[in-house]
Design a protein around this ligand. Sequence first.
Ligand SMILES: [Zn+2]
Length: 201
Amino acid sequence: MASPLSLSNRSRRRRLTLLASAGVSVVVLTVAISLLTSSTASTFTARVVAGVPFSPGEADGMIPAAAPLTVENDTHPAMARLDPDLLDALRAAQAAAASDGIVFDVTSGWRSAAYQRWLLDDAIRTSGSEETARAYVATPEQSSHVTGRAVDIGSLDAQLWIIENGRDWGLCQTYANERWHFEKATDAGGECPEPHRDARG
Ligand SMILES: [Zn+2]
């Protein structure tokens, strides 16, 4: 099995060979690729070097995956900083859903802009593409979580209950590819708007 070092040596040799044989156009291409690579790298480095490396906590609205919140929680920033209209609608809907044995388990509510940026950067790293990441994670400027106007619900039963009944309280699924994401998007009993295709809007 070839080591990364020998692979990189080989690719360097190949590049040298190409440079020698193909001339100026290859040089231009190589320079363009290096510029692209180094600008991506410097953007990423700047974020880490400019301050303390960021790690989201409760103050940013992060809810531990193993401990979702109920809609009655009023102390966690993810709930306390939600838009009051959304919170009222969620609590009223939960009261009705309880008689069907449904519990709304909130996995995300309000988020700080820094937390949203971190989620997007993480999604870009994981998916390897900003285009793919942006389909699921909005920018801090566009996210309705950052403005306190969205919640994510964890369990399938609760998601389906809200998709079916939520509009009675104005609660709507607003992205077609996010079954878990709800906003107060109409008046109680109104018609939910057609969901956006994805987080790109
Ligand atoms: Zn969401």
